[in-house]
Design a protein around this ligand. Structure first.
Ligand SMILES: NC(=O)CC[C@H](N)C(=O)O
Length: 317
C-alpha cells in the first residue's frame, strides 16, 4: 500500500473520473420503493467522502445529499447494545452467521432451532438488538441511540427524518411480522412491547446524515473505537472487532461474499443507497448512490468501492 499522502493525492486526481464511471452503473439498479418516502430519491446520484485520521477529506459527487442510515444503523445499535449489555446477553438473542437469505427474510425464524435471528445485521437480528438497548422506554432508548450516533459522527446532533420514519412505520408489514414472530419465539421478552421495539427500530433507521458524517463514523471503527480527531475512546476495541467481522461476513447482506472477494473491506449498506466502509487504520468512507441491485446494495456505490479497493490494493485478504 502507498502511504496516505500519496493515496490522497491520487484520490484527488482520479476520484472524479471513477465516480462518473461508477455512476453509469446506477442505470442497472432501482431506488427502493417499499418505503414510499424513499421512492423519490434521485436514482442517478452518487457521492463519496474518504476521510483520513487527521480529518482530511476527499469528497466527490453528490455529497450534499442527506440520506437516512437505514440498515447502516444496525452496526451502531449492535455496538451500543454490546456496551449496554455485554457479549453474552447480546448473543443469547442473535447468532453470528450469515443467513444466506434476503435482509428482510422471515424464513429461518421458523425453520431453525432455536428461533433466534442468524445475525444482527439482517432485519430480524437488528430488531432483536434494538430491544436490548438500555432505557426506560422507547423515547429514552431513541435518545440514547441518537446521542451515540451523533457523537461518532463528529458531535453535531443527528436527527430522524420524520417523513421517512412515518412512511416506513405505516407500511412495515414484513418487519411487523418478523417482530411478532420474535416475540412468539421469546427473542423479544415478556417485558418487550413489540410496537415500541419497532418504533425505536424505525426511528434509528431514519436517522439522517451526509457522506462526510458517515465517513467520520467509519473512521472511528477504522481506529478500533477511538476517534482519531479527538483522541477519545468511544467504543471498546473488542466490540469494534465484532462489528467489523459482521460487516465482512454479513454487511452487504447476501452479497457479502462477493463484496469480500472484489473489495475485501468491512462495509455496511442500507436501502437508502448509503454504504459505510473502512480501510483499517487509514480511512473512513461514506458513499451514497440510491439505485439498488436485487440484493439491496447500491449498484454504483458497490462499483465505486470495488474500483478504489482494487486500485489501491486495500483488500484485507
Ligand atoms: N436494508 C435496509 O436498509 C433495511 C432497513 C429498513 N428500515 C427495513 O427495515 O426494511
Amino acid at each position: 500500500m502507498a502511504d496516505v499522502q500519496e493515496e490522497l493525492k491520487q484520490l484527488r486526481e482520479h476520484l472524479p473520473a471513477w465516480v462518473e464511471a461508477s455512476r453509469l452503473h446506477a442505470a442497472k439498479g432501482k431506488v427502493a420503493g417499499y418505503i414510499p418516502e424513499l421512492a423519490g430519491t434521485p436514482a442517478n446520484a452518487l457521492g463519496i467522502t474518504v476521510m483520513d485520521a487527521s480529518g482530511e477529506c476527499v469528497t466527490v459527487g453528490d455529497c450534499d445529499l442527506n440520506f437516512t442510515m437505514q440498515s447502516i444503523s444496525k452496526v451502531f445499535t449492535l455496538l451500543l447494545a454490546l456496551m449496554d449489555r455485554g457479549e453474552e446477553a447480546v448473543f443469547a438473542k442473535v447468532g453470528m452467521e450469515p443467513s444466506g437469505d434476503d435482509f428482510n427474510s422471515i424464513l429461518k425464524l421458523e425453520l431453525v432451532e432455536p428461533g433466534i435471528p442468524f445475525n444482527p445485521l439482517i432485519n430480524a437480528g437488528a430488531i432483536a438488538v434494538t430491544s436490548l438497548i438500555a432505557g426506560s422506554g422507547p423515547a429514552e432508548k431513541t435518545k440514547r441511540i441518537t446521542a451515540f450516533f451523533s457523537r461518532l459522527a463528529g458531535g453535531r446532533p443527528l436527527v430522524c427524518n420524520e417523513a421517512v420514519y412515518r412512511s416506513e412505520a405505516a407500511t412495515a408489514y414484513r418487519n411487523r411480522s418478523i417482530a411478532y414472530f420474535l416475540k412468539e419465539n421469546n427473542v423479544l421478552e415478556a417485558h418487550d412491547d413489540v410496537e415500541e421495539v419497532l418504533d425505536v427500530y424505525f426511528r434509528h433507521c431514519a436517522i439522517e446524515l451526509t457522506c462526510a458524517q458517515l465517513a467520520r463514523m467509519a473512521l472511528v471503527l477504522a481506529h478500533a473505537g477511538r476517534d482519531p480527531l479527538t483522541g477519545e475512546a468511544l467504543i471498546p476495541s473488542r466490540y469494534v472487532q465484532i462489528a467489523k467481522t459482521f460487516m465482512v461476513t454479513c454487511g452487504m447482506y447476501n452479497a457479502s461474499g462477493e463484496f469480500a472477494i472484489r473489495a475485501g473491506l468491512p462495509a455496511k449498506s442500507g436501502v437508502s443507497g448509503g454504504i459505510l466502509a473502512l480501510v483499517p487504520n487509514r480511512y473512513g468512507i461514506g458513499v451514497i448512490g440510491p439505485a439498488l441491485n436485487r440484493k439491496g446494495n447500491s449498484t454504483a456505490g458497490v462499483h465505486l468501492l470495488e474500483t478504489l479497493s482494487q486500485h489501491f490494493g486495500w483488500s484485507l485478504f
